[in-house]
Design a protein around this ligand. Structure first.
Ligand code: PLP
Ligand code: TYF
Length: 394
């Protein structure tokens, strides 16, 4: 039976992680997988998270099942963080999911259950798992223009022109902030125009927000989501706490469905719980409970906000230093977009051959589309990486 299986294409990001691990060179630099690193090169457990875990360990009296949707206190705490004042809980259906990946998967399953014959519009480029999940589930999808590869800037006209082609029954996938892999974000005017297109065409937005607090700041990074929530009758939002709480392996995610009123809220809630039941029954609880504890305790929340701001400002600083180092090393003025970008990632104007040369000759690991994790750099490695990029002619 199992002999009938065909080999699956490896996840290129995870494959690169393994190659890096097996590389014996001591001056190798991992700029592949999207994981935040401190100045010491580690991805530590956040202090607020460790404290919340200690409290949970001390006080938790049961590990009995929660509910198919997960803990409602978690929905409320993280939902309010994402939606702010626009959280109208009378219209929101919510389930906890294993990470933002789980939220995206369940969002697509939910769309499929509507039996809509529409398609999902995906920015080009996007996080590779978006296309992988859409294709695997047999969900029709197509790309819309997002970034101009020559300038590294938003292809605003291309994006808006393409999205005008959306129809009722279609879904428009948007990155809430810190676009992966480009770091190119939408400003409020762009969100406004996309909201208008969705209003006119009847397409529903699906917002994947995996880096809230890593871009401009916790509130600013949610501006787009909130604008959509306040304008549109329906939207799906998948949120992840992997990065902003450093809870990567705990798998903490949330799917929110903004529905068109209370009746639809109940039906949608039922459908989402059904999806959890069929996939894994109860979603993981520990990480979600940690997030709830941090967000609901003023002291822990203050500490977490400080740590989040430390991470955010470090990334911003690294972007600036890296852009300057590249400009100096190469004598080219094409790298300003790296400083203007938001979040962990930027795309180098590199071919797969350039990327292979960076890795093989210099031990610098980036994804083959040129995506580089700025949060994996440090003050010490920036000159080395800039020199390697120059010597590869990128
Ligand atoms: N969505 C985007 C855009 C991402 O970059 C990621 C990766 O971190 C995720 C979702 C999923 O994250 P996780 O499943 O680790 O929460
Ligand atoms: O893009 C990244 O690097 C992160 C982490 O299958 C990640 O989003 C990478 C691959 C994957 C799941 C998460």
């Amino acid at each position: 039976m199992l002999g009938r299986l065909q080999p699956t294409a490896p996840d290129k990001i995870l494959k690169l992680m393994a190659m890096f691990r097996d590389d014996p060179r001591i001056n190798k630099v991992d700029l592949g997988v999207g994981v935040y690193r401190s100045a010491e090169g580690t991805t530590p457990v956040l202090r607020a998270v460790a404290e919340a875990e200690a409290q949970i360990l001390r006080d938790q009296t049961t590990k009995s099942y929660t509910a198919l949707a997960g803990d409602p206190a978690f929905h409320q705490a993280l939902g309010d963080l994402v939606l702010g004042d626009t959280a109208d809980w009378s219209r929101i259906a919510a389930i906890a999911t294993p990470g933002g990946t789980g939220a995206f998967r369940q969002a697509i399953e939910l769309v499929r259950r509507t039996k809509s014959d529409g398609q999902v519009w995906v920015p080009d480029p996007s996080w590779p798992n978006h296309a992988a999940i859409l294709s695997e589930t047999g969900t029709p999808w197509r790309s819309y223009r997002y970034v101009d590869r020559n300038t590294g800037m938003l292809d605003r006209d291309g994006m808006l022109t393409d999205l005008q082609g959306a129809k009722r029954g279609d879904v428009v996938l948007l990155h809430g902030c810190c676009h992966n892999p480009t770091g190119v974000d939408l400003d409020l005017k762009d969100w406004d125009q996309i909201a208008a297109i969705c209003e006119q065409t009847g397409a529903m937005p699906l917002i994947d927000i995996a880096y809230q607090g890593f871009g401009r700041g916790l509130e600013q990074d949610a501006q787009g989501v909130r604008l959509i929530a306040s304008r549109l009758p329906e939207a799906l939002i998948g949120a992840s706490c992997s990065k902003n709480f450093g809870l990567y392996r705990e798998r903490v995610g949330l799917l929110l469905a903004l529905t068109d009123g209370q009746t639809q809220q109940a039906v949608t809630q039922g459908a989402m719980e059904w999806l959890n039941r069929l996939s894994y029954a109860f979603p993981p609880d520990h990480g979600a409970r940690v997030v709830t504890k941090v967000l609901s305790s003023p002291q822990l929340c203050d500490n977490w906000l400080t740590e989040l701001e430390e991470m955010r400002s470090r990334i911003e600083r690294l972007r600036r230093q890296f852009a300057h180092a590249l400009t100096e090393a190469t004598g080219r003025d094409r790298y300003g977009y790296i400083e203007r970008g938001k979040g962990m990632f930027c795309l180098l104007p590199a071919t797969p051959d350039h990327v292979a040369a960076l890795r093989e000759s210099h031990g610098v690991y980036v994804i083959d589309d040129g995506r580089l994790n700025v949060a994996g750099l440090s003050e010490d490695t920036i000159p080395q990486v800039a020199a390697a990029i120059r010597s590869c002619g990128i």
